[in-house]
Write a protein of this length. Sequence first.
Length: 261
Amino acid sequence: MHKEKNSAFNFGANWQRFSESSLDNLKFEEAFNSLGQLIGHEKIRGGSFLDIGCGSGIFAIAASLAGARKVVGIDISKESIAASINNKKRFANQNAIDFLHKSILDDDILQLGRFDIVYSWGVLHHTGDMWRSIDIASQLVSPDSLFVIAIYNKHWSCRFWKPIKRLYNVAPAIIQRLMIWIFFVIIAMAKLIVTRKNPFKKQKRGMSFYYDVIDWVGGYPYEYADKNEVINCVERLGFKCIKFVKPVVPTGCNEFVFLKT
């Protein structure tokens, strides 16, 4: 991701802490199952899989364990790559997975080639150039193959979150910690009201509520789009939307599975 000086969030450091303190076999199993629910393990088996913004690496690892013949994970953060390599040793040590320190906006990114599944969950809206990132990522998809992305849903509150996120990243560490605990309570209460479920119990995609809050509050650069904006953009690039999953909460990620036609 392109970083904005002094205001971009260090996603990799957050993923590293999550991997060291919260990631276990149960969370990995949840991540593995969620990947199957969104894409289908049978569609992953035997194909090539690219994870753009691999974070902790667990979805690239899950794809490999689902039977992908070739798996590549890229991330702009060195900490994310280090966490991904360590997690590979924990969960899929014998599997061939390449983790590369790269950005989707690198000039040479298309040299990676084309893949049967290009997957980027909750990443492209943090690059600082979302629509261009979507365009470039789509060029890495092989014909008759899948492009899987998740993008923050446009909501009336988005314009208020953007300055909050930027403030977090320029604030001293003590203010950052205070902001996290304030929003931890606010977000937990909001999620409980909206979903009527305990926000601290089993997390979708094997995540941790605490580290999700840090990711949300700190996640800057920050862009968003509604369902139709994303579908219209990607379909103009030669794809058809074959699956859409709306977020549990209004500011969450819309999930899209596109087929390259």
